[in-house]
Design a protein around this ligand. Structure first.
Ligand code: BDR
Ligand code: CA
Length: 357
């Protein structure tokens, strides 16, 4: 299996049979790759679907700091870490922190498709974005767009070229699934879904086998995982390798400006949960893995396997059942990340965040 299953091979055979124009184009591409590295990626149009949340906040900032590879069309918000009225307000606060007051932010579904909402104030605080000592980020002056997030997702996928938009859900999958149900014609128009959620070979973080985003709305996850859209799953398998240690918080504080130092404060609050509860050496920076993958996919190793969502059983509700050793004849539907280069991940993160004010 290639290290990165979604990357297009840039080199071709049979060059001597090609036209002069084609040869010139290949030469230009080769020069580009020589200068920018074999992993140079084209700019991706994305919709970031989130439930901020500390790690969502860092994912938003990382995307905003990477305009040469990420064209952030819009941010859609969903209920998850905290209720919707807080996640959407937090998304506005984060954009404003970065000085990007022009970002289009939409409010989406206030509850999962079938189940009642489970939230995670124990991790993120009552506001969803608590700072040490109980502080919060300033109230935003930006306002939400009036369109519902689901309608925005449908309208954008319909208006843009087929295969040009990547969806990046980093919260429960409710908005994405409702859009797919409401307008099934958008499904084949999606280039790829790169999501944070699930755990293939790692235990769960909210039940022994389920990860929070999938557990909160397993029915939505089922819709997305059975949609046929190419999926990349950044689950606990890799996010538990990307730990914000005390040293990494210090590095953030010393290398960047106001945004990096605010992220250091946010991480100080966020990490206390995993340090206390799991005795981990740092908090797992789950959601930014999605954006880091778009910036440099070689930060991760992936395996193409079948992943199904458990929606019936009590004990394993929300489990991402991954056929890791291909013991069934179920068709692989998901590229699951299982190995992260955490050192390079934090180099990328620090460098990018330092670009912001
Ligand atoms: C996921 O759950 C949320 O608390 C985080 O924001 C992340 O998206 C990790 O399980
Ligand atoms: Ca999240």
């Amino acid at each position: 299996m290639p290290k990165n299953p979604t990357r297009v091979e840039p080199f071709r055979s049979g060059i001597s049979e090609l036209s002069v124009t084609a040869r010139v184009l290949i030469l230009v591409e080769a020069l580009w790759l020589g200068k920018h590295g074999r992993n140079a990626v084209s700019k991706r149009k994305i919709i970031l679907d989130c439930d901020p949340g500390h790690d969502d906040a860092v994912a938003i900032l990382l995307a905003l700091a990477s305009p040469e590879v990420i064209d952030l069309l819009g941010i859609t918000c969903v209920a998850g870490n905290v209720p919707l009225k807080l996640t959407r307000n937090n998304a506005l606060k984060v954009c404003e922190l970065a000085g990007h007051t022009d970002v289009a932010v939409y409010s989406g579904c206030a509850r999962p498709m079938v189940r009642e909402l489970n939230t995670a104030e124990n991790v993120h605080g009552e506001s969803g974005l608590n700072l040490p000592g109980g502080g919060v980020l300033p109230e935003p002056s930006m306002t939400l767009r009036s369109q519902h997030a689901v309608d925005y997702i449908i309208e954008t996928l319909t208006a843009e070229d087929t295969g040009s938009i990547t969806l990046c859900p980093i919260g429960p999958l409710t908005n994405i699934a409702v859009a797919m149900i409401q307008a099934p014609e958008i499904v084949p128009r999606i280039r790829e879904i790169v999501l944070m959620g699930g755990a293939a070979i790692n235990p769960g973080n909210v039940t022994p086998v389920a990860e929070f985003n999938i557990y909160v709305d397993p029915h939505a996850a089922h819709v997305v995982f059975s949609s046929g859209v190419p999926l990349v799953m950044m689950g606990l398998d890799v996010t538990h390798q990307v730990l914000v240690t005390a040293e990494r918080i210090d590095a953030l504080r010393t290398t960047g400006g106001q945004v990096s130092s605010t992220v250091a404060d946010l991480m100080t609050f966020y990490c206390r949960f995993d340090l206390d509860k799991y005795r981990m050496e740092g908090g797992p920076l789950h959601d930014p893995c999605v954006i880091a993958y778009l910036i440099d996919s070689t930060l991760f190793d992936l395996k193409h396997v079948n992943v199904e969502i458990e929606t019936n059983a009590d004990l394993s509700l929300g489990q991402t059942v991954a056929d890791w050793w291909k013991v069934t004849d179920r068709t692989p539907n998901c590229h699951v990340a299982y190995q992260a280069d955490d050192t390079r991940f934090f180099e990328v993160l620090n460098e990018r965040l330092a670009r912001l004010p």
